[in-house]
Design a protein around this ligand. Structure first.
Ligand SMILES: Cc1cc2nc3c(=O)[nH]c(=O)nc-3n(C[C@H](O)[C@H](O)[C@H](O)COP(=O)(O)OP(=O)(O)OC[C@H]3O[C@@H](n4cnc5c(N)ncnc54)[C@H](O)[C@@H]3O)c2cc1C
Length: 361
């Protein structure tokens, strides 16, 4: 494992080694990885994101960034599931509903309550449709939800789903909806090109009542901008793309020790990865930087696709075996083309693929 893992506390290093060893199995099984997720809880990973007042360790943004880089180098599926838990956590932390925070956050910190998020239909999914896919109507002491959330990772495994919904006056709410609510149906997980074990699927809601005390934010226009967590295309997606890049670059470097022809390729990809790591750290620290978050995302998408395909190419036919990490990384890298990708980044990726001008978002 590369130096990124070596910089972490000992229990996280051990966790990363365990995740690395089981990543192929997690991918091939296409079942929710309850074992690796329990290792995350045991190593205290969920506590990183939650302040001490709610039972967490309150890691700094810099520590979390290092943690994400180390974890995503080891098992992208488990780390991706964690990001969706973290997205739910951030929304709850950003809420003014203090009782909700006290009810949910301590149990999220110790890993006994699992939460996920279904908000992309307010940002990057179904934006071309005239009618919102998930509607909220005011009801006595709460709201009634009808429709569906098209993408919810680990929906069937979660206790709580943080959902976004639209009212007919154009305002929106975010609600922490219990998965045992009457009328809520979480599908078990679609067959995907990669990350099938994340068990991502649609959640359907028919007259699901959400009491007022479960409202995280709203009703207000552009609710995602008012509640902490921001919109789509934050640094977290780039962090995971760079983490996966680091895994494939490390593989190229190992191969280059025995194969002279791979040396310039491994060196160039390593320099590119280092540059993006530097930009990521600067942006994460709020420092002025040569790139903004959208450009970093586009560059990270490009590099993760190229570096994982270079690893596959170096691994040759053996890399095309389903159990080989290089083939898996190349499949997993495709995910970054579609995950939480704002339209300017999608357009820039398409221009790069078509090799036409206009590739900067
Ligand atoms: C594995 C995975 C896990 C995810 N997990 C989560 C999660 O946990 N929580 C969450 O909130 N989100 C999640 N997402 C959602 C993700 O962040 C993006 O929002 C999603 O990938 C956007 O894709 P879409 O197909 O919904 O986009 P859409 O824009 O809805 O496109 C769907 C289809 O509509 C058509 N279309 C698109 N644009 C137009 C147009 N302008 N005119 C006409 N037709 C059009 C195309 O045929 C397209 O295939 C996940 C996505 C994936 C793939």
């Amino acid at each position: 494992m590369s130096s990124m893992v070596g910089k972490m506390p000992e229990e996280v290093q051990q966790l990363c080694m365990d995740l690395h060893e089981h990543a192929a199995e997690v991918d091939l099984k296409r079942q929710w990885p309850s074992e690796t997720m329990s290792w995350l809880a045991k190593a205290g990973v969920f506590r990183w994101f939650i302040p001490p007042v709610y039972g967490g360790d309150g890691w700094s943004e810099d520590q979390i960034l290092n943690g994400y880089l180390a974890l995503s180098q080891s098992c992208i599926t488990s780390t991706f599931i964690l990001t969706q838990w973290n997205a739910a956590c951030k929304r709850i932390l950003g809420s003014v509903n203090e009782q909700l925070k006290q009810d949910l956050l301590p149990a999220m910190a110790d890993g006994s309550l699992f939460a996920t998020v279904g908000i992309s239909h307010l940002t990057t999914s179904r934006q071309h449709l005239a009618k919102p896919v998930l509607i909220a109507e005011r009801a006595e002491n709460g709201f009634m939800l009808n429709g569906f959330s098209p993408w919810v990772t680990s929906a069937a495994q979660a206790d709580v789903i943080v959902l976004g919904a639209s009212l007919d006056d154009g305002t929106q709410i975010i609600a922490a909806v219990s998965t045992d609510s009457a009328g809520l149906e979480a599908s078990r997980g679609a067959d995907l090109v990669a990350l099938s074990s994340s068990c991502t699927d649609a959640v359907r809601l028919e007259n699901v009542f959400v009491p007022e005390n479960r409202i995280v934010a709203g009703p207000v226009e552009n609710v995602l901008q008012t509640n902490s967590g921001g919109g789509a295309g934050g640094l977290q997606t780039s962090t995971l793309a760079i983490g996966l890049t680091l895994a494939s670059v490390e593989y190229l470097q190992q191969q280059a020790e025995k194969r002279q022809d791979l040396v310039p390729v491994a060196q160039k990809m390593d320099r590119d990865a280092e540059e993006l790591c530097r930009v990521l750290r600067d942006l994460n620290a709020g420092e002025s930087c040569s790139m903004d978050a959208a450009e970093l995302r586009q560059r990270a998408n490009s590099l993760v696709l190229r570096s994982t395909q270079a690893a596959l190419s170096a691994a040759k036919g053996a890399g095309f075996m389903a159990s080989n990490p290089a083939g898996r990384w190349a499949r997993e890298a495709l995910f970054f083309l579609v995950w939480s990708c704002p339209q300017p980044v999608v357009s820039a990726n398409l221009c790069e693929l078509a090799q036409i001008a206009g590739s900067a978002p």
